[in-house]
Design a binder for this molecule. Structure first.
Ligand SMILES: C[S@@+](CC[C@H](N)C(=O)[O-])C[C@H]1O[C@@H](n2cnc3c(N)ncnc32)[C@H](O)[C@@H]1O
Length: 265
């Protein structure tokens, strides 16, 4: 895992070298459309507010829960007894990114969505409310965390979410075996190279030519960056968009030569 200083340096480099998507750097009509209609969509959708209220409540939640530590998920807290507010502060995807995922689901309308790493279900809620006709299958290893996520889904009256509890190593394959296809996936748990590549390959087996895979924090460590390089090189991957804190893989069959973009967001 990179130190805060290394990460800040990397972010600065990203920020200064990334394209703003407006110049001659963006030759892909698909990416141009993504930037214009999804990335830079500044609308405040009604679904945002109730989910952000839940986030606020979690950030103040004093409950202490017993949490299993899976993989390299948290660099901040080491003990197994944790305060909900502290987990919320370190684990949840900030609203800027969760709302981008909302807009992606709203725009591309994937029907089967997988999330690896539910935590308290804040991003899950965004994914599920962006298209209520979709089914969101979210996976979480910690039973105590999953239980709070379920309370949030009920309170937000989201009926298109199914949560699977247990280590991804045990739950992902059986879950995928019941599905014909995965149209969208958000991989946000167990930030290590081998598991990330394993999840990528498993998801790829169920992907369609229009599937979208979103990876969290691929600049978090050198091994995650290695995983990202391997993913980019895969023959099924036609287009990648790196936004630093999340990185997007499009398997868009209409794009006939590989393109990688780093875009400022
Ligand atoms: C960064 S949090 C997810 C945040 C959530 N996607 C959001 O944006 O609100 C990662 C979660 O993945 C879970 N996790 C990590 N590794 C796991 C594994 N191998 N199996 C199951 N769950 C795991 C952790 O318990 C943690 O709750």
């Amino acid at each position: 895992m990179y130190t805060r200083f290394q990460l800040a340096k990397k972010y600065l480099h990203y920020y200064l070298s990334a394209s703003n998507g407006k110049g001659h750097g963006t030759h892909s009509p698909f990416v141009f459309d993504f930037i214009k209609n999804v990335l830079n969509d500044k609308n405040t959708y009604p679904a945002y507010q109730p989910i952000e209220q839940k986030r606020k409540a979690l950030l103040k939640d004093p409950r202490v829960i017993e949490v299993e530590d899976f993989g390299a998920g948290s660099s901040v807290i080491k003990t197994n007894k944790r305060v909900v507010s502290a987990i919320a502060a370190s684990s949840l995807k900030p609203k800027k990114y969760a709302q981008l995922l909302y807009r992606m689901v709203q725009y591309y309308k994937p029907t089967t969505i997988i999330e690896l790493g539910t935590s308290f279900g804040i991003t899950t809620a965004y994914l599920a409310s962006a298209n209520t006709a979709s089914k969101v299958l979210t996976c979480e290893g910690s039973a105590a965390i999953a239980s709070i996520a379920k309370q949030n889904f009920d309170a937000l009256q989201l009926n298109n979410i199914q949560i699977t509890e247990g280590d991804f190593a045990q739950t992902l394959s059986p879950l995928l075996s019941k599905l014909n296809q995965v149209n969208f996936a958000f991989i946000d748990g167990n930030h290590r190279k081998e598991p990330t590549l394993l999840y990528f390959n498993k998801l790829l087996n169920h992907a369609t030519p229009a599937s979208i895979l979103v990876f969290d924090d691929i600049h978090w460590s050198s091994e995650m960056e290695e995983a990202w390089e391997t993913i980019k090189q895969h023959t099924a991957v036609t287009l990648t968009v790196d936004l630093f804190f999340i990185s997007i893989v499009f398997l868009n069959a209409d794009i006939n030569h590989k393109q990688h973009f780093t875009i400022r967001f």
